[in-house]
Design a binder for this molecule. Structure first.
Ligand code: FAD
Ligand code: NAP
Length: 343
């Protein structure tokens, strides 16, 4: 790692720094090697009047063509064990550490808790922002606290998981103004004994397919990786930002009424009494799976995934996203919310 606390570049093309491969020229890009130096960095005369944005792995973002801002990218990526006892272990990961690397390492130690979240792209610092989730598990189940820094002053806060307002693809961080904070590290609690969540239909089948009857965290990790590789387009080959829409949550009555009209509609009752609908099903039935509008397309493999067909920019992605929202609303009366952040 460089001795300097940051590396600063002017007029940087971010096409390779976002998984949708959208062209985006940032006025300034700062690789932040030491978060303590952020107040000093942001006080530089050329930066101090500009808006700020924090960039992780760029896997949940729609970037504009021109970004008249200072983009801060954490590169600090330490990992340490904070506490350990017979039940479990607390692990502290820096913001810049790759999330999947943390999952892989924890599985290698034989620890349980985040194996279902394998192969989710991005950095550990971004994981709490939308409370990442997959295959029946959310980060909330393992997270202990998040340490974050107010910008530009640099005041450090540690917020326990109970106060983070974590929900389906949601946290309190989504309510803070963009660029007003940087998550610097997270603490996850992992267990030594089995607490495996393998109830998710596709996962149980995949384990069976692998001939596994008494799974370890490593077996679940392998099954999740195999499932994801078989079902989701790889952003390195087909640029995308994962699921572009959240599954809509409706009250039970509204969901039942839709189900009467559309008996095939997948509906999952939630603990809070609401019902989760399949956004992918709604999009497919509205005729958008595999559709293309200009340079943006809906994956033919997965209706929730919007892809860059070659030369898409943020406008092309937005136009397709809006067309899908309007189509689904017209056909089913259901509003779809987008998942990635639009800068
Ligand atoms: P970015 O895209 O860089 O940023 C996302 C948001 O977080 C931005 O608002 C950014 O400002 C903010 N941010 C990032 N880092 C910090 C920080 N340190 N401090 C403050 N703010 C920060 N998500 C799921 O929940 N489940 C999945 O299964 C899943 N699968 C995916 C599969 C694919 C193929 C892709 C492309 C995406 C998938 N995602 C999934 C979405 C995405 O990977 C996650 O949301 C991930 O946590 C984003 O991390 P990132 O580092 O790329 O964040
Ligand atoms: P899938 O297994 O084909 O399932 C499709 C959808 O059905 C998912 O959106 C999932 O909701 C929902 N679902 C299935 N079983 C459910 C249950 N028992 N209870 C509630 N909802 C259920 O999904 P997939 O698209 O291949 O993705 C697999 C997993 O990875 C999912 O959990 C998905 O969320 C996650 N993933 C997320 C992203 C992203 O960018 N956010 C991208 C790729 C994959 P949930 O989404 O709530 O699980």
């Amino acid at each position: 790692m460089s001795e300097a606390p940051w590396t600063l570049q002017q007029d940087v093309q971010l096409r390779e720094a976002n998984t949708l491969a959208l062209p985006s020229r940032a006025r300034w890009l700062a690789h932040v090697h030491d978060p303590q130096a952020l107040p000093q960095l942001l006080a530089l005369p050329q930066l101090r009047e500009l808006p700020r944005r924090v960039l992780g792995g760029g896997s949940n973002l729609v970037l504009p063509a021109e970004l008249e801002a200072v983009v801060l990218k954490p590169t600090f990526s330490g990992l340490r064990i904070a506490n350990t006892d017979t039940q479990g272990v607390e692990v502290i990961a820096d913001a810049g550490l790759n999330w999947h690397a943390l999952v892989q390492w924890s599985v290698q130690q034989g620890w349980h808790g985040i194996e279902n979240l394998a192969l989710i792209p991005g950095q550990c610092g971004a994981a709490p922002i939308q409370n990442i989730g997959a295959y029946g598990v959310e980060l909330a189940a393992a997270l202990k606290w998040v340490e974050w820094m107010e910008l530009p002053r640099g005041q450090l806060q540690r917020t326990p998981v109970e106060a983070l307002q974590l929900g389906y693809r949601h946290s309190m961080f989504k309510q803070l103004p963009a660029g007003s904070f940087m998550i610097v590290r997270i603490c996850v609690q992992l267990k030594r004994q089995s607490s495996l969540q393998i109830g998710y239909a596709g996962l149980a089948q995949q384990l069976q397919h692998h001939g596994v009857h008494e799974p370890t965290p490593a077996d679940v990790f392998d099954a999740v990786c195999a499932l994801r590789r078989s079902k989701l387009p790889d952003p390195a080959v087909v640029p995308n930002a994962g699921s572009f829409f959240k599954n809509p949550l409706l009250d039970a009555e509204a969901a039942a009424s839709l189900r009467r009209q559309w008996p095939q509609l997948p509906v999952w009752p939630q603990a809070d009494g609401r019902c989760k609908l399949s956004a992918a099903w709604l999009i497919e039935q509205a005729g958008f799976k595999g559709a293309r509008l200009g340079e943006a397309a809906v994956s033919a493999q997965h209706a929730l995934v919007l892809t860059n067909a070659g030369h898409a920019d943020a406008d092309a992605i937005s136009a397709l996203s809006t067309a899908i929202q309007q189509g689904v609303l017209a056909r089913f009366g259901v509003s779809l919310d987008t998942e990635p952040q639009f800068w």
